[in-house]
Design a protein around this ligand. Structure first.
Ligand SMILES: [Mn+2]
Length: 409
């Protein structure tokens, strides 16, 4: 039996105002062809299907068209869980309809653990696999807040909540397996941050999670899990040295910070209950390049890219000693006639001069929400010893805003 594990598509993602539907469409076509070519039995999508909780009509069209194509084979099963970027109720809305196409969706965490333990059968109606389809667990799904709790109490309760949820769903899976009287493998899904996981700048994970909210350790996952398909971190990686606990990573670089990374999806082959995992690289559909240095360096690299007929999107980080006031104009001349586009120019020289009084060149594009808050603490001359606590409280507010399901009524 062959499974394909992917996550963090972030359909609808915008990069410095540039829409990326073409890339997503090309990726989904590539993925559908891979699924057909490899004769995949089960596709697992571990959260962050969409980049935000109110996906555009175009983003939805891409998603449903893909599901339709993949579900065209009646032998194939698909399991989709919500990530922190998804609206759980939005994903769940068409679940009955999608179920008739053998597409199982779990947006909201269920109070009844057995609902998340899904038995998947093959074309012969014989059960072949149980999937513990656990979505991103929101604070309110797993813990009861109490007034006057310390930060440590909160984090401990979140982690205990996650542990309990995994235990209950996995127990339900084992009970179902006992009833089947067949030792089918148990695969679990998750959208969370495991301690020690690698992230890169600009992936929207680091800013909100490191050092603030819960990071779970391997021991929250029950032993009965034969393969754990994770989403949330965008760098493909195994967890805790186990080949069977994995982040597939995002298939597209979500920002320039991920430009140099090889992206992949994970092919998981079960013979009996022992999986064999192979990473399949995802082609780069839109090249992203960061050019950094003084004018000579940048100009030379642009010439090289031009001669290679590159159609890259560029982020330019100017670090020369000479003042480069007309940098943007010079860059536009340099790339004229090529298929390249400049999405962002950072003139670090100008920065140096004005950083102390908030850079005139600096825009919100350059800052994440945490940077903005840190600037605010700075501007108000908040004493050092208060900053850590304020930062934690701020992050908690931002996460709870992100977790508000605006479309749930
Ligand atoms: Mn995520």
């Amino acid at each position: 039996m062959k499974l394909l594990h992917t996550s963090d598509w972030h359909i609808g993602r915008v990069l410095y105002d540039r829409k990326r539907y073409d890339e997503h469409e090309t990726f989904l076509n590539w993925l559908a062809a891979l699924i057909e070519g490899e004769d995949i039995d089960v596709l697992l999508v571990a959260g962050d299907v969409f980049d935000n909780s109110t996906p555009s009509n175009h983003a939805q069209e891409l998603y449903y068209r893909f599901l339709c194509r993949v579900a065209a084979s009646s032998d194939r099963r698909v399991v989709v869980t919500a990530g922190n970027h998804d609206s759980p109720s939005f994903l769940d809305a068409p679940r009955e309809l999608l179920k008739s196409l053998n597409v199982h969706v779990v947006g909201c965490a269920s109070d009844s653990p057995a609902e998340e333990a899904i038995v998947l059968s093959g074309p012969d109606d014989e059960p072949r696999l149980i999937v513990c389809a656990i979505p991103y667990l929101r604070d309110r799904d797993i813990r009861t807040a109490e007034a006057g709790e310390s930060v440590e109490d909160k984090e401990r309760k979140i982690i205990e909540g996650i542990r309990t949820h995994y235990r209950l769903v996995c127990e339900a899976a084992q009970q179902k397996r006992t009833l089947l009287k067949k030792p089918v493998p148990i695969v679990a899904m998750g959208h969370l941050f495991t301690a020690g996981g690698r992230t890169v700048g600009g992936d929207g994970v680091r800013e909100l999670y490191i050092g603030s909210l819960a990071q779970v350790r391997m021991d929250v996952f029950p032993e009965c899990i034969d393969y754990l398909a994770l989403g949330h971190l965008h760098v493909p990686q195994t967890v805790g040295g186990s080949d069977f606990i994995r982040y597939s990573g995002s298939p597209l670089p979500i920002g320039f910070g991920e430009a140099g990374q090889e992206k992949s999806v994970a092919l998981v082959e079960f013979s009996g209950n022992a999986p064999k995992v192979t990473n399949i690289p995802v082609p780069r559909f839109q090249e992203l390049k960061i050019l950094r240095g003084d004018w000579q360096t940048i100009a030379r690299e642009i010439e090289e890219l031009k001669s290679g007929e590159s159609k890259a999107w560029l982020e330019i980080a100017y670090e020369g000693d000479e003042a480069a006031g007309s940098l943007r104009e010079r860059l536009d001349v340099a790339i004229a006639g090529s298929g390249m586009e400049i999405l962002r120019v950072k003139n670090n020289r100008v920065w140096e001069h004005v950083l102390s009084r908030m850079g005139a060149e600096e825009t919100l594009d350059d800052l994440d929400v945490t940077d903005v808050f840190e600037r605010c603490l700075e501007a108000h001359e908040v004493p050092e010893d208060q900053r850590q606590a304020l930062l934690r409280a701020y992050r908690e507010v931002v996460v709870s805003l992100d977790e508000t399901d605006l479309m749930a009524e």
